[in-house]
Design a protein around this ligand. Structure first.
Ligand code: OAD
Length: 242
């Protein structure tokens, strides 16, 4: 841990990649954790694909409404807050998240690249244009008053392209940074999973924070095994005072 502090303290350009694990201690379910993960209890293909939505729009809309309600009641944890603190101290800082829960912004992070969209955004099914609640009908799921198109959550579903600008910014960031912190991700879903490896190839130091092993663990410079809300505050604090 001490060496990881020094690496973080001496870094000029820091990139952070987060996954569902950083929100676990806020009470937001992850996806692949054995007992509590969403994909342990539901089938992604039944809920998180365009086909699933067309097959049963009401089921999918209500599942996302349940997730929105759960996240709206959750609060950012010490891990989210530590990253906001780190950003305030580092001029060249990029936070890339796979999470759609908006908790980084609520913790005070300013520059957040949301690779998989946001639970609280809504888009028209046909052209993915953003739509506000006053533009849609009272049906479940709602339809656009103007075009009649179904309204869907503004999150990336399986088989869909990631927002191009967000992905471009993420790749550029990992190619030109000193340190990457990969936090709370199973490192299984592309293209996000490649980001820490691209950083390694570009000569960056990689620190992983996760209670479990992932495909990145044996390749990174520091694998800090534990919970983000415990490790991050200590790591950020120590890096500041070292
Ligand atoms: P996963 O559920 O796949 O992985 C969560 C990771 O967090 C696991 O490696 C856990 O070990 C770790 N973890 C659990 N509790 C933790 C804690 N307190 N502190 C730190 N780590 C902890 O979630 P993601 O990797 O984010 O995509 O999944 C990536 C993508 O797959 C998601 O964005 C979502 C999902 O399908 C889409 O829906 C498109």
């Amino acid at each position: 841990m001490r060496e990881a502090h020094a690496v973080l303290r001496d870094a000029v350009s820091i990139v952070v990649l987060t996954g569902a694990g950083i929100s676990a201690e806020s009470g937001v379910p992850t996806f692949r954790d054995a007992q509590t993960g969403l994909w342990a209890r539901f089938r992604p293909e039944d809920l998180a694909t365009p086909g699933a939505f067309l097959r049963d729009p009401k089921l999918v809309w209500e599942w996302y409404a349940w997730r929105r309600d759960l996240v709206a009641k959750a609060s950012p944890n010490a891990g989210h807050r530590a990253l906001a603190e780190l950003e305030s101290r580092c001029a060249n800082f990029t936070l890339i998240t796979q999470n759609v829960d908006g908790l980084h912004a609520r913790a005070g992070s300013r520059q957040v690249i949301e690779l998989h969209g946001n639970l609280f955004a809504n888009i028209r099914f046909d052209d993915h244009s953003e739509i506000a609640a006053d533009e849609w009908t009272g049906d479940i799921p709602p339809r656009c008053k103007r075009s009649g198109q179904l309204v869907r959550p503004g999150v990336v579903w399986f088989g869909e392209a990631l927002p191009a600008r967000a992905l471009e910014a993420a790749f550029a960031a990992v190619k030109s940074c000193d340190v990457v912190l990969s936090i709370g991700t199973s490192t299984m879903v592309e293209p996000a999973a490649s980001l820490p490896f691209i950083a390694l190839e570009s000569g960056a130091k990689v620190i992983e924070i996760n209670p479990a092993e992932t495909p990145l663990t044996s390749h990174c410079h520091f694998a800090l095994q534990g919970k983000a809300a415990e490790i991050l505050p200590a790591l950020v604090d120590a890096a500041a005072h070292a």
